[in-house]
Design a protein around this ligand. Structure first.
Ligand code: 4AD
Ligand code: MG
Length: 454
């Protein structure tokens, strides 16, 4: 007999006859002469209801089956007389595959706190909420790939082990091949300084300057000791890079991509998203509709500073030209002032990395950040400095060694072109789509100073 996933059982147009269903028991209810089981196999949010008549053999098997156990059900798919589901399974046999001790199984049928579930990251995907998050996560990743594929972007793989600190923020995890006692921090990877990448951008630029439009989508690492609900040490970043493109093209791409991925997830994961709209954030659907239906606001950094200085609202950090905007400012702009995503651009060059293109005022660079309600910075990007002499000057100012970046400079020596790109934090996008407020809850195994169990 054919095993059918629960998603396909529940979505079927006609009964599929005799089927096998496998999954984990969410609940078991015994009545006189028969029992009801709710089974989930992760293929969708909903459980399939199984009804089984009691025989001495079945009662003996049912006795061993508790919440959390894995089972195999053989039975017939029939129309459900009950409310809320079209189909159910009338079981002929039921077999326990893996027991779950009722005394010690941590996921009981009640609402557990996120904090508690973070402590059992190995089991939390079996709850409704986390199952939904990880299905949405998978669908969002697919949506990212489709978006770029449809636009003719090539998917390139940039290295995770690297020697260069793209962002220049000194937040790299060093990699060593040596035993702890022999550790030589300057030459630790076969004689070279090596670290985990903070961004695939520099290598993506090299690829863009050959293939045209490219993107990377992979894990990136930041050794920042920040315990905020928006930072993790390991996160996934989507980084497109376009040759023959400027800041305006970059902003257009960021807006289209954000909307496209949200739209695809809303279509593909309607049930899962609804769970968040009901139980996590009552404002989720209005927030997402608002993002989908309106143009992102475009706001020069100077004007953003004016707005922040003029508002009556008191911030913890005061703002003036040259201030790196804090989350409180970013959220104010997108959440309170404009009530939709805001693209702030032309930031002061003093607070931005070496690779951003210098504007004619010589004070600002062609940088852009996309700020969204509840989260703040979702995307950071820029047009890149394509002029060799200007780039060299900037690197000298920032005391970066030309020898170390000779390969990067080569692309400006040979056939340089205007180009632009950005990085979107994938987990922050998932926070936006689900309304989840802690980044640790949208990545299966969060890496933070406090979470590194396995
Ligand atoms: O603004 P960032 O640091 O930009 C870059 O790394 C560029 N090189 C990207 C590029 O132009 N290709 O990071 C980009 C995005 C941020 O906007 C944020 O969404 C996310 O990455 N991000 C983090 N997400 C989770 N935890 C952290 N510690 C993050 N740091 C950045
Ligand atoms: Mg940034």
């Amino acid at each position: 007999m054919k095993r059918v996933k629960i998603h396909d059982v529940l979505a079927a147009d006609a009964a599929l006859g005799e089927i096998v269903v496998k999954g984990w028991v969410r609940t078991k209810r015994d009545s006189k002469g028969f029992s009801f089981l709710e089974i989930n196999d992760g293929s969708c949010l909903k459980n399939v209801q199984v009804v089984i008549d009691h025989t001495p053999e079945i009662v003996a098997e049912l006795d061993k089956i508790t919440t959390g156990a894995s089972v195999r059900i053989d039975g017939t798919m029939v129309e459900s007389p009950g409310k809320g589901q079209k189909w159910e399974v009338r079981a002929s046999t039921i077999r326990l595959l893996g027991a779950a001790d009722a005394e010690t199984f941590p996921l009981q049928k009640k609402r557990h706190s996120d904090e508690f579930l973070r402590g059992i990251a190995h089991l939390r995907p079996r709850t409704n909420k986390y199952g939904a998050i990880f299905r949405i996560r998978s669908e969002a990743a697919q949506a990212v790939h489709s978006f770029f594929h449809e636009r003719g972007f090539r998917y390139v793989h940039t290295p995770i082990l690297t020697g260069s600190d793209c962002e220049g923020a000194g937040e790299m995890f060093r990699v060593t091949t040596l035993e702890p006692g022999e550790r030589n921090i300057e030459e630790d990877f076969f004689g070279k300084r090596t670290a985990l990448t903070v961004s695939g951008q520099l290598e993506a630029e090299l690829m863009a300057l050959a293939l045209g439009d490219v993107y990377t989508f992979g894990p990136t690492f930041r050794a920042e000791n920040s315990n905020t609900p928006r930072h993790v040490a390991e996160f996934w970043m989507i980084e497109p890079e376009m040759a023959f493109a400027d800041l305006e093209d970059n902003i257009e791409l960021a807006e289209s991509m954000t909307k496209s991925v949200i739209g695809k997830v809303l279509d593909a994961c309607a049930d899962d998203v609804e769970l968040f709209a009901k139980f996590v954030d009552k404002q989720l659907m209005p927030t997402l509709d608002n993002i989908m239906q309106n143009e992102f606001v475009r706001l020069p950094y100077r004007e953003a500073v004016d707005i922040l200085r003029k508002t009556k609202k008191k911030f913890e950090y005061p703002v003036e030209f040259g201030t790196d905007l804090q989350t409180e400012h970013e959220r104010f702009l997108s959440e309170e002032k404009f009530k939709r995503p805001v693209v702030v651009y032309d930031y002061p060059k003093s607070i931005k990395p070496f690779y951003m293109r210098c504007n004619d005022d010589n004070e600002t660079v062609a940088a852009m950040d996309v700020l969204v309600p509840r989260i703040g910075e979702l995307i950071g990007g820029s047009q890149r400095e394509e002029r060799l002499d200007v780039l060299q000057e900037r690197m000298a100012e920032m005391e970066l060694s030309e020898e170390e970046y000779w390969w990067y400079l080569d692309t400006r020596r040979f056939g340089s072109v205007p180009h632009a790109g950005f990085g979107m934090g994938f987990e922050r996008l998932l926070m936006l789509i689900t309304g989840v407020t802690n980044i640790r809850d949208v990545i299966a195994f969060p890496r933070t100073p406090r979470h590194l169990e396995f």
